[in-house]
Design a protein around this ligand. Structure first.
Ligand code: PRT
Length: 115
């Protein structure tokens, strides 16, 4: 999975640096600026919450599950665009998840409040 995210992130950074806002959706978001990008992140997060609620109790191969997966992809994608726009290295998110891997969520939370 992370390989796909890394490949996608490479394309997204290229679009940010060299993309044409008339032919690239990613370049058009950067061109419109941070507020537009944050609006999309917020919109996609809300759409995901609604889709997840609809998917409650539905079968894994149901339309409701497909919609939830699609909304999750939209949110991940727009989050990567946001990180790029702010000059953050998206791969650091994978590193951060790697750092947490194997730690219980409660231990991880305790390590944050100590650090
Ligand atoms: N993964 C994605 C991806 N996921 C979603 N989207 C776009 O995100 C938008 C989602 O917004 P909405 O569903 O809200 O649709 P909308 O109402 O048209 O959006 P707005 O008018 O509100 O902006 C749609 O235009 C989708 O096509 C994506 N656009 C691009 N990518 C990837 O980014 C790469 C570069 O894309 P371009 O910059 O367009 O070349 C592509 O090759 C893909 O790999």
């Amino acid at each position: 999975m992370s390989n796909m995210l890394i490949q996608l992130d490479r394309v997204l950074r290229l679009r940010m640096q060299q993309g044409d806002a008339d032919s690239s959706y990613v370049a058009s978001l950067h061109h419109k600026g941070l507020n537009k990008i944050l609006e999309k992140v917020g919109e996609e997060a809300t759409e995901l919450v609604l889709a997840a609620k609809d998917a409650e109790g539905a079968a894994p191969d149901s339309e409701a599950h497909k919609a939830m997966i699609s909304e999750t992809a939209d949110l991940w994608f727009h989050s990567l665009v946001m990180l790029n726009h702010l000059g953050a290295d998206s791969r650091a998110v994978l590193d951060e998840l790697g750092r947490r891997f194997g730690l219980s969520g409660l231990e991880e939370k305790a390590s944050r409040s100590q650090g």
